[in-house]
Write a new protein. Sequence first.
Length: 637
Amino acid sequence: MFDPFKVETIDLRARESHMHSGSRRTWAGEDGIFNVAGGELLISPVNSKKIIVLYIFIGLIFCLFLGRIFYWQVLEGSHRSLISRGQSSRVEVLKSKRGLFYDRNLNPLVKNAPIFSLNVVPAKFDRKNSNETISAIEQFLSEDQKKELQDNLSQLPIYANESILLLKELNYDQAILIQTILSSNKGIDVELQDQRVYADSLAFSHVLGYVGKVSRDELAQHRDYLFNDLIGKSGLESYYESYLRGQYGQQRIDILPTGEEEISYNKPAINGDNLVLSIDGDLQKKLFESLAAHIRANGNRGGSAVALNPNTGEVLALVSYPSFNSTSLGKGISINEYNNIYQNSHKPLFFRTITGEYPSGSVIKPVVAIGALEEKIITPITTVLSTGGISLGGWFFPDWKAGGHGISNVTKALAESVNTFFYYVGGGYNNFKGLGVDGLDFWMKRFGLGNLTGIDVAGEKSGFVPTQRWKEEQRNEPWYPGDTYHLSIGQGDLLVTPLQVANYTAAIANDGTLYKPYLLKEIIDDGNKTILKISPKILANRLASHENLSVVRDGMRAAVTEGSARSLSTLPIEVAAKTGTAQNEAGAPHAWFTCFAPYQNPQIVITVLVENGVEGGTAAAPVAKDVLNWWAENRNK
C-alpha cells in the first residue's frame, strides 16, 4: 500500500524508471516535493525548512495570543470585573524623598522637615458648592494666608487628578482644626509634606542653592514632573537634580462593591540619592564668617573665597558674600521680598567665586614668572633694576613703590611684587626681549585662564585673556607695547574668576598638575553605603619643570617671610603666598590674596577676593590668616 508520509530518494538521472502511466507517486526531498503524474516528473518549489519556519511563526503568534488572554483574564481579571460592574479605580502617585547633602565628614547640610499643608485634587473638588467649605477654612487663617488661598484657588487647573498645594506651612493647631471640618468634603485635605531646611543657610546658600515650585517652563522641559513638584533652582540643588529627586512610584486603588478600597497595583517610589560633598562644613563656615566680618568691618561691597585640596582638586570651601537665606527662598517669599534681594546693589544672589570676572592684579605674576623661566627669557639669577618704573614713548609705567625696589631677581620680584621686573619679562624693554603678548597668552591659558575649570555647579564663567587679534577685530585698534605691560602685571583687559586663581595656585603648589575642581565626592544610599565614588580628574600635567616651579614657590614663600605678605609669618605653619591689587574702572581697586600651606607639603590652597578692598595685603590677607590659623589647629594633623 502507498504510504504518503514515506520519504524515498529519487535519482533524477534515472527518473524514467520511476514513471508509470496513469499513476501518481510523491517523494519529499531536500530540494522540495517531487510528484510523478501522467508520466512526467514535477518538482514543487515548496521547501521543507520553510514549512518548519512557518509552523514556528504560527506557534509564536498563538502563544502571544494565549499570553494576552491570560493577562486579561487572570492578572487583570479582578480589575476589569470591577469596571464591568460599574465600579471604579484611581491611580495615585507615590512621591520619593529628596536626597540629602553631607559634607566630607558625613555631617548633614540639609534635612527634609515635615510640614502641614492644605492640598486639593481639582478633579474631585466641588467648585459650585465650595464657598461654605472655604469660608469655614478661612476662619482659622491669617490675612496673608487667606490671600494665598484665594490666589491659588483662582489658578487651579480644572481636571487635574493630582494633589495640588493651596496653603503651605500650616501650624499644628490650624491643621487639626481645618481637618475636623474637612472630614466629609472630598477633594480637599490636610497633608504632610517635606520642606527643605539648610543647616547653615547663609554660609552654604550659593554652593547648595535652593529648591522652589516647578515653573510652567520647567514643566514643559520635565514631562515627568507634577504641577506641585519642587525642583532645584540654583547651586548643587539644580546641578544634581536628577540624582536628588529620585523616581516616583505609582499605585492603583480599586473601589470594591462594598465601598472598601483595595490596592491592585503598587510600584514603590525610589528615594533620591544622598550626595557626599568634598566640602569641609566647619571650614566652609569659618571661611564665610571671616570673610563677612572683614568686609563688614571695612565697609566693602562684597567678596569671595575658595579653599582647594591642591593634590586632588577637591573643593574644601566655596563662599560668596553677601549671601541669602536659601531656606527662606525655598519656602517661598513675597514678590516685594524677592525684589529687595534681586535689586540689592550688593547682589547677594551673585555667586562671585565662580561667576565673578575681575582683573587679576599681581596674583598673576607667578604664572608670568613660570613662563619667562620656561622660555629661558630669565634664569633664577637674572636681575632687573627697579627705580620706580619705566618710560616708553611718552608713557610712564610705574612700580607701586615710589623710588622702586632696587636690583631684583625673580624671587625678590615675587616677594615684593616688583612691577618693573614683570614689565621687562612680559613686554621687554630696550634690548631685553620679553614673552610678548603671544607668550603671555600661551602661559596664562596653559594654567587655565580664559577657560572654564569644569566645576560641577552651574553658572561658572571662563574669564578672558586678551590677544592682539582680539583687540584689532573687536576694538579696531592696534595692540600697543603698553597693552603688553599691563597684561604682564594682571591689568588691562585680563579677567579671571577667584576659582581660576585658586586652581592655578594649586598647580604651582603641587608641582605642575592642573586638576578639575569638584564638589561631589561620592553618592551614598540611606545606609551610608557607597554607590558611586568620584575620582580626581587631571586637566593638564607637567605644566612646567620641577626646577622652575620650585623657584616660583620660593618667591611666594619669600613674600611671607620678607615681602608683601609678612602678616602671615606668625602662623604656626609655613605659608607661601602672593598679594594683588587690581585697578578697575568701577571704583577702588580690588584686593587679592592667594596662598598654599604647609609650604613643604601643601595640603590646602586659599584664595580671597575683596571687592574694592584696595590692597591685598591689608584687606584680603587677614581673612586667609584667620582661616589658616583655624586650619592649623583643627585640620593639620
